[in-house]
Design a protein around this ligand. Sequence first.
Ligand SMILES: Nc1ncnc2c1ncn2[C@@H]1O[C@H](COP(=O)(O)OP(=O)(O)O)[C@@H](O)[C@H]1O
Ligand SMILES: [Mg+2]
Length: 314
Amino acid sequence: MDNKTFFDRKFIFLSGKGGVGKTTTSSSIALGLSKLGHKTLLISTDPSHSIGHIFEQPIGYKEKRIMDNLYGIEIDVRAESKRYIDGVLEQARQTLSPIILEEVRDQIELAYHSPGAEELALFDVISRFFTMEERYDNFVFDTAPSGYTLRLLSLPKALNNWINRLIKTRINAMKVEYYATRNPDKKLKEKLEEDPVLKILNKRKAQFEQARQILLDNKKALFMFVLNPERLPIEITRDSISELEQNKIKIEALVINKISTDNSKRSLKEKEYIAQIEKEFAPRRIFKVPLLEEEVHGIESIEKIAKVLFNGGL
Ligand SMILES: Nc1ncnc2c1ncn2[C@@H]1O[C@H](COP(=O)(O)OP(=O)(O)O)[C@@H](O)[C@H]1O
Ligand SMILES: [Mg+2]
């Protein structure tokens, strides 16, 4: 399979620790796909909002056209999550009494603040794109699932237990309230069906399940790791990959980024690490990206890297 075909996956995720080149690589892949005529959305969830910097234009929380076939969006996960909670509470405010509202607020906050609020909010953001598949040919996620989110996704049982527990807690609370009410206006069953909190929890449960299906489908999803030719990143990558793969999420490719091109002592050492990576992580696809002389800024550097990744075939 050539590289163009390899990258043509609906959802592409790049993982790796900070500073290795995830933003650079995801921007390059997105640019490459757009040049092949694919309508591509590059999604950054990095709070430092670096894709605007790379493409030298402001990109906000709404999808923005960067150039032909290439669109970008920068999402502030924390703000999104707050917006979402506020929206839900507003909805609840219209249908519930103030006392119950307080309790509902606690439960919604609980749903959003455990375990790993940030990761869950990030997950919400990601899974929202899973429901708009037809709008773009490819979605490229920069700084997408942090290791923790991936782990969360790869543990459907724990997630399921957790959300089921929240659902149970809510049902119990509603039962207690129902039986304490003298002349309830509706049957309990009806109340449960209409409850906004249960609606949300059930929606989240369905979302988790759908996301899991997509992530496990390697015709749709591609996971890649970015690393540099150094000792420590190799170890981190090894651990992350084995953990994810135990949970059936396949890491199909590695990008070794910032490879020195001179003949320094450092370069010799890097060659050893590269050989080690190629051997250890075979048969995964390995992309080798040189350390550019200039700072990555502006479209030219991204174009160079895209050429390397797509085999000079753009
Ligand atoms: N191949 C490369 N050549 C030169 N500089 C690079 C290369 N890849 C990344 N950089 C630089 O390294 C820094 C970190 O890259 P970035 O893509 O932001 O990493 P991450 O998103 O993983 O934190 C940036 O300043 C970027 O310009
Ligand atoms: Mg980044």
